[in-house]
Design a protein around this ligand. Structure first.
Ligand SMILES: NC(=O)c1ccc[n+]([C@@H]2O[C@H](COP(=O)([O-])OP(=O)(O)OC[C@H]3O[C@@H](n4cnc5c(N)ncnc54)[C@H](OP(=O)(O)O)[C@@H]3O)[C@@H](O)[C@H]2O)c1
Length: 340
């Protein structure tokens, strides 16, 4: 016997990846419903060999469904997640709406899988921001060995992190650069993204950091350890899929770069590609479609007592969203619902 699964936001970047990953990982699905807004009613999406037609989220009855994977943005989530949860369907949500709610677990299975057990207070489990997910996968095993004090991270985030509209804007502006009569002013992003980089993701907060930067701080504390200090600079780059991060880590105890490399090699969800030669590292384009968080450029930071620098790359639509949500569903199934 398998599960009755709902995918809400099935026409979006993350929703489509959820369907791919459920099929790839042979998640025990008995029945599946794919939902989107009314304007997409009847749109066809792929689930393995099958083609499914989307239904209207607004009129869907969640009664009798086991789990709903949500990827529809915070505004719509606010309306529909409580409705699903109240009907007894466990919501695994990709928006930021519930991430900081003390009654909702925020989970990256490689780091804090046990937290899933706290789902019952609201019948909701939150998925972190894409940049946080890959970073905490990399930090966790190093923290277990040498206790992290402080992290300084700079991100290089692809446009798919801003949904379908973000990808379209990069595509259209790139074409327009070669055809100057076809002007494509910035709409989704705040400045031209084609052939440019933008040090601004999500809104500005009073202290000058952006909400995206704040999310990396708050979420790392909630998932990994409240004592870790994090400071972030989040930058949008003209890449379609795959987020990269340059991470500087300061530890309480000494950690040699060779030991750090060995620890990371043995850790779940991580692939180390770290040769000190031309091309001996991973770039975003190479991680697309993969499950792993790739780590390269592991090296001592000689400017502090116990410091390591590394380069971390992952598919933001997968580990940063859809894969992580499916992994949470797997943990919930194995440990709680036990149907598969
Ligand atoms: N992309 C990432 O890297 C990433 C990472 C982590 C978390 N997330 C989060 O995941 C969510 C989805 O992101 P995305 O990149 O997949 O966005 P997207 O490509 O723009 O897709 C949005 C999806 O939500 C649906 N939707 C929007 N408003 C709706 C409404 N009122 N009722 C029903 N369906 C509605 C859309 O349906 P229609 O096609 O019918 O409009 C579409 O299926 C967001 O909360 C985002 O913050 C994204």
């Amino acid at each position: 016997m398998g599960y009755k699964i709902v995918v809400a936001g099935a026409t979006g970047n993350v929703g489509r990846e959820m369907l791919n990953i459920l099929a790839e990982r042979e998640f025990p699905v008995d029945e599946i419903a794919v939902l989107a807004s009314r304007r997409s009613l009847g749109t066809e999406v792929s689930f393995g060999e099958r083609t499914l037609k989307t239904q209207d989220l607004d009129t869907f009855d969640f009664t009798g469904w086991d789990m709903a994977l949500f990827a529809i943005g915070s505004d719509a989530t606010k309306i529909y997640a409580p409705k699903a949860a109240k009907a007894g369907c466990v919501v695994i949500d990709n928006s930021s709406l519930y991430r900081y709610d003390p009654d909702v677990p925020l989970v990256v299975p490689e780091v804090n899988a046990d937290a899933v057990l706290g789902y019952a207070k609201k019948n909701i489990i939150a998925n972190p921001n894409c940049s946080t997910a890959q970073m905490v996968v990399a930090l966790k095993p190093l923290h277990d060995r040498a206790r992290i004090k402080r992290v300084v991270v700079s991100t290089y985030q692809s446009v798919s992190g801003a949904g379908k509209e973000g990808m379209d804007e990069l595509w259209d502006q790139t074409k327009a650069v070669y055809n100057p009569t076809d002007d494509k002013p910035a709409k989704k992003f705040t400045k031209q993204i084609a052939f440019n980089v933008i040090p601004h993701i999500d809104v500005f907060l009073e202290d000058g950091q952006t909400k995206e930067e704040w999310k990396m701080v708050a979420e790392t504390k909630k998932i990994l350890d409240t004592k870790i200090k994090v400071t972030a600079t989040c930058v949008r780059v003209p890449v379609f899929v795959g987020h990269a991060e340059a991470i500087n880590i300061e530890f309480e105890d000494h950690l040699d770069e060779a030991e750090a490399r060995d620890i990371l090699r043995e850790s779940p969800g991580i692939m180390v590609i770290d040769k000190r030669e031309d091309g001996g590292y991973v770039t975003p384009i190479e991680c697309v479609g993969d499950y792993a968080t790739f780590i390269s450029r592991i090296r001592q930071d000689p400017t502090i007592d116990n410091g390591i620098n590394l380069w971390c790359v992952s598919d933001n639509l997968r580990k940063g969203a859809a894969l992580n949500a499916v992994q949470i569903a797997e943990v919930l199934g194995q440990r709680v619902l036990k149907k598969g």
